[in-house]
Design a protein around this ligand. Structure first.
Ligand code: PFF
Length: 449
């Protein structure tokens, strides 16, 4: 199937470019998100601690990194959006359609991811002012908040801020903000880690998080690690293709891949070193997702000296992590609209963010709100969207990227800049190892195996 001559000369794309550091920071900003802070720690605790971290690292090495590099290479070689980059490289429009899955998927993820990002702002504010700690039942507080209409306002604010940044462009907006926010995130993480690890009884939490327990390693933990490697590296949704299209010719994509993977892993592990010592130190039970950060942790902060400030900082941390991920997700449909309809960046951003907000309203109102009664396969609207995008669109998008470089576009393969044994290993992984692994994650997550 490999056909060099069918690779069309790549277009120049929008002409917008990242600086070298700006690209690394923006890609790290995309990767680090709610996935690191509320999912990774919990599944690690559940599936075998350090033993699971080891499996996760293996998944990053053999699946996450190769696919990340593949996406960046497709973007830079194709110099188009998540759909047209494929079309520019292959002569058939079919590949452009496959690429469109990413455009659609990232738009849909933004619509509900921004709901949670909005919640974190509300919680940050209420923690700093102390209002969060007036009552004691955090479950009731959470349900009262999410069943009302105010989450819509917060979601609107987050999308509005994202649109404002994106409308300023790649170097004047996206990279400028990531270059400030990612180091800020590191500072806040380190402060919170210092606090968490010095709490009395913190050791128990560290044990829960990292104590290697190989008996908990099952086929299931491997599949969970694989799925997490995908989501957390932001691959499969065209994000890294879109960002890759703004990378300068001279930049090493291999080095960028290593930096993004390392940064992402480091932040995930530090997140665990905050969450579990804090939870266990106050005799609380860990949970996953919303339950962990909006119910369990506030109870811990309320019992901690200066808890309102630390709690506030924690929610700011979540907000920043989610925000920089949203910038990357929203840029995918924005870049598509700019290319497809020849819209200006400002117009494309305004429309995309506005439509995304409207599409996100049902998600925001379905977590305990007026629309919570509507269920699809026993899941509310929010959970259904999360399920379909993470478990169906993401693997399909990843498979498209893998097969495209593995079997279709020599031009994109060369763009990665690998040679010698590294190139051989990479191509072998993309052709032989990764496709069946993706199919396995897919079958597992839709409940077939
Ligand atoms: N990587 C982000 C996280 O871990 O929260 C989420 C994400 C961003 C997923 C971009 C997919 C994506 F394309």
């Amino acid at each position: 199937m490999s056909d060099v001559s069918s690779d069309k000369a790549a277009g120049k794309g929008s002409g917008e470019r990242f600086s070298s550091l700006g690209f690394i920071m923006s890609a790290i900003g995309s990767a680090i998100g709610l996935g690191n802070l509320w999912k990774f720690p919990y599944i690690t605790g559940l599936y075998g601690g350090a033993a699971f971290v080891l499996i996760f690292i293996v998944c990053l090495l053999i699946v996450g990194m190769p696919v990340l590099l593949a996406e960046m290479a497709i973007g830079r070689a194709g110099r188009g959006n998540a759909s047209s980059s494929f079309r520019n490289l292959a002569s058939s429009g079919r590949w452009g359609f496959f690429g469109f899955i990413g455009v659609f998927g990232s738009f849909m993820i933004t619509s509900f991811y921004s709901v949670i990002a909005g919640w974190t702002l509300h919680y940050a504010l209420n923690s700093f002012t102390g209002k969060l700690y007036n009552g004691t039942d955090y479950n009731v507080q959470f349900e009262t908040f999410t069943s009302g209409y105010s989450p819509l306002g917060w979601q609107f604010l987050i999308l509005g801020l994202s649109a404002w940044v994106i409308a300023r462009g790649v170097s004047g907006g996206i990279e400028k903000f990531n270059k400030v926010l990612i180091p800020a995130l590191a500072v806040v993480l380190l402060i919170l880690m210092g606090r968490a690890m010095t709490l009395p009884g913190a050791g128990e939490g560290i044990d829960f998080f990292l104590m290697p327990d190989f008996s908990k390693l099952t086929g299931e933990s491997v599949l969970v690690a694989l799925g997490q490697a995908f989501f957390s590296m932001s691959v499969g949704m065209g994000v890294m293709i879109t960002y890759g299209s703004y990378v300068q010719k001279e930049q090493s994509l291999g080095r960028a891949t290593v930096a993004v993977t390392g940064g992402n892993l480091l932040y995930a592990i530090i997140a665990g070193l905050i969450v579990f010592p804090t939870t266990f130190s106050f005799g609380l039970e860990p949970a996953q997702g919303p339950g962990l950060v909006f119910v369990v942790l506030p109870a811990a902060f309320s019992a901690m000296p200066l808890g309102a400030a630390f709690g506030g900082l924690f929610f700011v941390l979540l907000a920043i992590a989610a925000f920089t991920s949203i910038l990357s997700l929203l840029e995918v449909p924005v870049a598509f609209a700019m290319d497809r309809w020849k819209w200006s960046r400002v117009k494309a951003t305004a429309w995309t963010a506005a439509v995304c907000f409207i599409v996100g309203v049902p998600s925001a109102l379905s977590v305990g709100g007026v629309l919570s009664g509507i269920t699809i396969f026993e899941k509310n609207i929010f959970d259904s969207l999360d399920f379909v995008t993470s478990n169906v669109l993401l693997p399909v998008g990843g498979l498209v990227v893998t097969l495209f470089i593995g079997y279709k576009s020599k031009r994109a393969m060369e763009e990665a800049g690998l040679n010698g044994p590294l190139l051989k290993i990479w191509v072998f992984l993309l052709r032989v190892i990764i496709p069946p692994m993706i199919v396995l994650i897919f079958l597992y997550s839709i409940g077939v195996i």
